[in-house]
Design a protein around this ligand. Structure first.
Ligand code: CP
Length: 308
């Protein structure tokens, strides 16, 4: 029997394999431009979206991606399931697995829990974000967005700004961007950094103004209030002073630089409302919507890898 193809992180993939994913994503992006945006690539395959934590972008884009590939996708509703009668998460997953599905896409609030679940079922598993740990599909769509903009990755300067401590996106992005030869600087005060952060080989600074004029990519992170059991930053005013993007700061960025954010944006915290409301022509360096669009094609490529 062929080994199942889980995607729990992108660590196992070589740079060549990552470039293959980017190339493959181009083919799927082309399908999404057609009038009939559907191919039979995964006809007969059954996929379950199992989100124990809330999501808009990841959940919906996986659903669209699966449908574009003609797979059958079922959205499992945690709130109306037997979990509410006390069934454990692992028993729930084993129950779903017994129905002979091919792939489960899982989001969970506990770091590393998706890896544990993946070991206990036959179906392939894609990690749609687990706690503060990994968000591999977000990292790949971020990389694809950068690659399509610059046509190159090696040597690009990226600053990742904000709540590194609580961010799975930051972890997955830092590892992937560094692997692909990008120079990563992290902008966060010590209280928004994990204690063992030396593990990542990146530069660290605590003030966005120290790097903003040099970077090609300014990646703003969401403040993860739902993961903060205490106040990690003195005030929004203080945050705005050292870490937020506003029009004044954007004016010193390089002309061809871009701004990214995984969403959802806390307006006037990470990015000012004024920037979020810019007209489309002024906003073409703000890639937040492009990231979302690219998310569908990237997830088609990942589903095809896991099941194709
Ligand atoms: N970026 C991201 O994971 O967004 P959602 O929580 O809406 O899926």
């Amino acid at each position: 029997m062929e080994e199942k193809k889980d995607i729990l992180s992108l660590d196992k993939f070589s740079t060549d394999e990552i470039y293959d994913f980017l190339k493959q994503t181009d083919s799927f992006a082309e399908i999404l431009k057609r009038d009939v945006k559907k191919v039979p690539a995964l006809r007969g395959k059954t996929i379950i979206n199992l989100f124990f934590e809330s999501s808009t972008r990841t959940k919906v884009s996986f659903e669209i991606a699966a449908k574009r590939l003609s797979a059958d996708l079922i959205n499992f509703s945690v709130s109306s399931s037997s979990l509410k009668k006390g069934e454990s998460e692992i028993d729930t997953l084993k129950t779903i697995n017994s129905m002979k599905i091919d792939l489960v896409i899982i989001r969970h609030c506990d770091s590393g829990y998706v890896n544990y679940l993946a070991k206990n079922i036959d179906a392939s598993v894609i990690n749609a974000g687990d706690g503060k740990h990994e968000h591999p599909t977000q990292a790949l769509l971020d990389l694809y967005t950068i690659y399509k903009n610059f046509q190159v990755l090696d040597g690009l300067k990226v600053a990742i700004v904000g709540d590194i401590l609580n961010s799975r996106v930051a972890r997955s992005d830092i590892k992937l961007f560094s692997k692909m030869g990008m120079n990563v600087t992290v902008v966060a005060p010590s209280m928004l950094l994990p204690e063992n952060f030396g593990f990542f080989d990146v530069k660290i600074t605590d003030n966005i103004d120290k790097v903003i004029s040099e970077v090609d990519v300014l990646y703003m992170l969401r403040m993860q209030f739902e993961r903060q059991d205490r106040k990690f930053y003195p005030s929004i005013r203080e945050y705005n002073k050292f870490l937020s993007l506003n029009c004044e700061r954007m004016s010193v960025m390089k002309k061809d630089s871009i701004v990214m954010h995984p969403g959802p944006v806390n307006r006037d915290i990470e990015i000012s409302n004024e920037i979020m409301e810019m007209s489309e022509s002024d906003k073409n360096r703000i890639k937040i919507n492009t990231q979302i669009t690219n998310g569908v094609a990237v997830r088609m490529a990942l589903l095809y890898y896991a099941l194709g």
